[in-house]
Design a protein around this ligand. Structure first.
Ligand code: 1HN
Length: 381
């Protein structure tokens, strides 16, 4: 016998089965629910089907932030506020959904923004529980100082600011106005209510190590690690910057000997060279090469991804949205949303940088992937 769903639960015929909530509303029950509410309680069966969906239900909308619009907006912020007063001069990418606005999220647990720095400017030194990473989009002379390690930054370099590390950044006086994308796990840290923040006693840190000591120590050549250094204790990668001048040729070499993945083309992760795992505990990042004319197959997976187009032109179908992209456009793929990538250039590869919350999703054992047309992976069980 069909029953009406209880108070305010969504109407889904699939819920009319044993093991799901299908309690019919009655005047006695309504009175009981009112009584429960007075005592900071509720009847689980009135909410069960909503809070235990059959499969992940994202609260985020697929979104494209086109660089031709974003660039003008970000540059305008440089005329309007001083980074030393603003703390950080960042235009935040907001997912235009209740959850996105509430958590200040671009997608899922991912916060992202575009930051601009003019020559001679600095962002005052600070630290927080949230982890951060950055993808350099344009400019010259940018640098960051992470716990006393000064790192010079060039276009398309990827750099870490792990949780709790002091950091400040700037652009040298002889550099060029620089724009980069920041990615942080702020929404996750705030939902866990674990987020602390501190300002450094001085505006900027003194460099405590030789310039670029991190990549010079840990990234001199692939697979080559120091034999006699004290063991690295931190839970993040000792290699803090991954240079585009190394990453791009590495992907081209990789693609020359491997078959492309049907969904992602040739995709590589920015990993901790000591473990092979993600470089930080909460945020992951990848670079992928879509071969000329690549037409990816559709799949979906748990975990959220924010892309930044490093090179090329194409489109990504995300749910009902077709995002045509070219250099530095940013777009997101929310958890468990079907998507496929297409490189519209028949002669040149496209490169997509992306960052994600996979380290969290994987470490909790909740990563699930499903190729289109297959039942495999549909359920986590
Ligand atoms: C942060 O530390 C930076 O250091 C940029 O550049 C953006 C947004 C929220 C919280 C911390 C930075 C940030 C941030």
């Amino acid at each position: 016998m069909s029953t009406e769903p209880a108070d305010k639960q969504r109407l889904d015929p699939r819920d009319d089965v044993r093991g799901r909530s299908r309690v019919q509303d009655t005047p006695e029950l309504r009175a009981y629910y009112d009584e429960l509410a007075k005592h900071s309680t509720l009847a689980f069966w009135t909410r069960a089907n909503d809070i235990e969906p059959w499969e992940p239900q994202t609260r985020y909308v697929p979104t494209l932030w086109p660089y031709r619009t974003m660039r003008d907006l970000v540059l305008r912020s440089a005329d309007l506020v001083d980074p030393a007063r603003a703390g950080r001069r960042v235009v935040v990418l907001i997912n235009d959904s209740d959850a996105g606005r509430h958590y200040t999220a671009a997608c899922g647990w991912l916060f992202s923004g575009l930051q601009v720095m003019r020559p001679g400017e600095i962002t005052p030194a600070h630290r927080h529980t949230a982890s951060a990473h950055r993808f350099i989009m344009e400019g010259a002379g940018a640098y960051t100082v992470v716990d006393g390690h000064r790192i010079t930054l060039e276009k398309h370099d990827y750099v870490l600011t792990p949780n709790g590390c002091w950091h400040d950044h700037g652009v040298t006086a002889d550099g060029k106005t620089s724009i980069w994308q920041d990615g942080l796990d702020i929404p996750l840290m705030n939902i866990l209510e674990t987020n602390f923040y501190e300002v450094y006693p001085e505006e900027a840190q003194q460099r405590q190590y030789p310039e670029n000591d991190s990549p010079r120590t840990w990234g001199g050549a692939p697979g080559l690690l120091p034999s006699r250094l004290e063991q690295w204790q931190a839970p993040w990668s000792p290699l803090m910057v991954y240079r585009w001048r190394d990453v791009r040729p590495a992907l081209v070499e990789f693609s020359s000997v491997q078959k492309p993945d049907p969904f992602d083309g040739h995709i590589m992760r920015y990993s901790n060279p000591l473990s092979g795992g993600w470089a930080m505990k909460t945020l992951g990042a990848q670079m992928q090469l879509l071969p000329a004319g690549f037409e990816g197959a559709a799949h979906r997976h748990t975990g959220n991804v924010v892309y930044n187009v490093a090179e090329g032109r194409g489109y990504t179908q995300v749910g009902d949205h077709r995002f045509e992209w070219s250099e530095h456009d940013v777009f997101c793929v929310p958890s468990w949303t079907w998507h496929r990538h297409v490189n519209l250039d028949s002669k040149a590869p496209a490169f997509l940088f992306s960052f994600n919350d996979f380290p969290v999703v994987e470490s909790l054992g909740t990563y699930v992937e499903q190729p289109e047309g297959s039942d495999h992976g549909k359920s986590a069980f």
